[in-house]
Design a protein around this ligand. Sequence first.
Ligand SMILES: [Zn+2]
Length: 300
Amino acid sequence: MERWHTRIGNVDVMRVEEMLTPGFDPAFLFPDYDPEVLKEHPQLAQANFFDQASGKLMSSMHSWMLRVGRHVILIDTACGNDKVRTHPAFQRFHLLHKPYLDCLAEYGVQPEDVTLVINTHLHVDHVGWNTRLRNGVWVPTFPNARYIMGRAELAHWRDPEGGLKVHPMGAEVLVDSVNPVINAGLVDLIDVNDDVLPGISVRAMSGHTAGQLAVHVESGGQRALFTGDAFHQPMQVYRPDWSSRFCEQRAQANATRRALFEQAAETDAILFPAHAGKPHAGRIRRRASGYVFDPLDPHL
Ligand SMILES: [Zn+2]
C-alpha cells in the first residue's frame, strides 16, 4: 500500500486502500462507450487509468479518511472481507481477504478510533467494511463510530419498488453490511444539505442511486467534494453523458454529473471519486469543448 495524503484547509485527507486492480471493460461499464475517447485523450490510455494488457479500466476500491480535530471519518467502506457476492459482475468482490485494516493501521488508526462512517450510497462496494465477520456473525467493524446514511437512500433500498427492483443483488448487501449496523443502534440518518460537522455537509448527488449523497468539505478557503459514484472514471469528465450500467436513473445521473463538473470547475473544488486510478483525485478545468481532468498531486 502506498500512503496518500493531502490537506483541505485544516482537514487531513488520506486514502485507505482495499484494492487497486483492472476492473471492468469500459464497453461493459459504459453502455455508450466509444474507444475513440482513448485516442482523443491519451491521458486516459495511460497505465494508471487503463490496463492495456486486459483492456480494462483501472479500478480502485478505497475509503477516503478525513481527520479533523478529534474526528476520524471514513467516507465509504469499499467491499469488505468474507462477503458472498453471487452476481457474475461482482466476482471481484466475492469472498475477499484484503488487508484493508492493515492499511488503516499504517495511518496509526485502529477500528476503535473511527468516530464517523459516511456511506454515500448503499451499493456493494461502498458499505463492505461497515461490518466484519466474527464467529459467524456480522458485527460493526467500527464499534465506536456513528454511521451516517442518507434517509432517502435507505428508504429507497427498503421500498419493494425501489433499489432492489433495479438491482436485486443489493439484498445480500443489506443483510451483511447495512442491517447489522442499524440493529446495533449505530446509524444516524441524514438529509440533503445537513451538516455533519462544521465545514462538512452532504449534498444531493442523485441518479447513480436515487438518494446518493456527496460529502462537501470547506476549510481554510479550500473546497472538496467526495462524490461517491457520481462519476466512476476520469473518462467521464470528457464524456459527461456516459452513465455506468450500474446507474439507476441514467438521465438524472448525466444531469448530476454535468452540474457537478460545472460547479467543480467554477469553485476550484477537488473531487474525490470512489474508484479512479492513481492519483485518485483531481480538479475539473473548463475548456471550450467541455471539461478536462486535472489530477491532483498528493503529498505521498
Ligand atoms: Zn462504486
